[in-house]
Design a protein around this ligand. Structure first.
Ligand code: FES
Length: 118
C-alpha cells in the first residue's frame, strides 16, 4: 500500500474521549463510514468493519475474547483484531484498518481505491 493511497482521519484527541461501551468496543462514524473500534490491553486501539462478513452482525455488539479476538454476537465467529483473520475457521475475512497514535491524538487510515470505494 503506497502512502499516496492512504488517507488518515483523526478519531479523537485521547483514547478516553471515544464512546466506549462496557465491552471495550464502540462504533464511530469517520468520513461517512461506520467503523468498529476495539480497546485492548495496554490501551491500544484496533479498528475493523462495522458489520460481520458472515451475515452482517454488528461487531460492536459482540465481545473481545481472552486471546484478543473480536467475536461476532450472531454466530460467534472469531476474528483476529490485528489482521481480520477468521481464527474460528469459517473462511471469512473481517476488514481491518490501521490505527496510529500521534502526539495530538488517534488516527485511522483508509485506503483510497477510487472515488466510490475505499
Ligand atoms: S453474522 Fe457474524 S458470525 Fe454470523
Amino acid at each position: 500500500m503506497s502512502s499516496n493511497n492512504i488517507q488518515w482521519h483523526k478519531l479523537a484527541d485521547h483514547i478516553n474521549l471515544l464512546p466506549w461501551q462496557p465491552n471495550n468496543l464502540c462504533v464511530v462514524s469517520v468520513a461517512g463510514k461506520y467503523i468498529t473500534l476495539a480497546r485492548t490491553s495496554g490501551d491500544s486501539i484496533h479498528a475493523c468493519a462495522h458489520k460481520c462478513p458472515h451475515a452482517s452482525g454488528i461487531m460492536a455488539d459482540g465481545f473481545i475474547d481472552a486471546l484478543g479476538n473480536i467475536v461476532c454476537p450472531l454466530h460467534r465467529y472469531k476474528f483476529a483484531l490485528s489482521n481480520g483473520r477468521n481464527v474460528s475457521g469459517e473462511g471469512y475475512y473481517l476488514k481491518t484498518y490501521a490505527i496510529e497514535q500521534r502526539a495530538d491524538g488517534w488516527y485511522i487510515a483508509f485506503e483510497k481505491k477510487g472515488i466510490f470505494s475505499w
